[in-house]
Design a protein around this ligand. Structure first.
Ligand SMILES: [Zn+2]
Length: 222
């Protein structure tokens, strides 16, 4: 929001400069000619400052569309929380939250940035970047209507391959990333125990009770 206000201020300065060249400013008989370098600097500042919020809106719009598709067309709208949003969010201890009634998904700072970093170099994703993909898929599963955390997480595990491909990751890399999340990130949860164990089930495995037998499941062999 602050970025946008700062940007608007510089656009207003540019507008005032152009208007001054057409309409004589108060107390002057003639319009003042445009100071080109001043105008260029004001326009450049306006564009540069508008970029972060515009980029974030675009990313949220993109994630909302993909989350809707993952959620079997239950409408999802993704919001990337800023550090400030996260501080005032009652669910700040969680990486994200989703409300199946409203379709709203909130991703806490800095998880949208981590997800964007993952999408820039999926073939070299680290464990945290892989976790960001899983969080996005997990919250999308809540929008389908599932509220039990262990079942939600298992649905995400099976769809991380689909999810990565939807977000533009090449199929081979998406498969490897999704399997890494299942083999490493997910199994780690089972070992950590405590709060993490609410997100884990030993029935989340090929052929076990939580296997949905999806044709494009993370663990299905083509
Ligand atoms: Zn959840």
């Amino acid at each position: 929001m602050l970025w946008m206000l700062a940007s608007l201020f510089f656009f207003w300065c540019a507008f005032r400069e152009i208007r001054g060249s057409i309409v004589p400013p108060q107390g002057y008989d003639h319009p003042t000619p445009i100071n080109n370098s001043y105008l260029a600097i004001m326009l450049a500042l306006g564009v540069v400052l508008a970029w972060p919020p515009v980029h974030r809106w675009y990313f949220e719009w993109f994630l909302s569309r993909m989350a809707t598709e993952l959620a079997d067309n239950h409408r999802a709208s993704v919001h990337c929380n800023t550090a400030f949003d996260t501080m005032v969010d009652p669910d700040m201890l969680f990486a994200g939250h989703a409300n199946p009634r409203t379709g709203k998904i909130g991703l806490q700072a800095p998880w949208c940035d981590v997800l964007a970093a993952y999408l820039r170099h999926p073939a070299h994703a680290d464990e945290r970047e892989l976790a960001s993909l899983d969080i996005f898929t997990h919250e999308s599963m809540h929008i389908r209507g599932e509220l039990n955390e262990a079942r939600t997480e298992c649905q995400a595990i099976q769809r991380n391959y689909r999810s990565a491909k939807l977000l533009g990751v090449p199929a081979g890399v998406a498969k490897q990333n999704a399997l890494d999340i299942y083999h490493f990130n997910y199994q780690e949860r089972g070992k950590i125990g405590g709060m993490q164990s609410a997100y884990y089930s030993d029935q989340c495995a090929p052929g076990q009770a939580l296997d949905e037998h999806l044709p494009d499941s993370t663990w299905s062999t083509p």
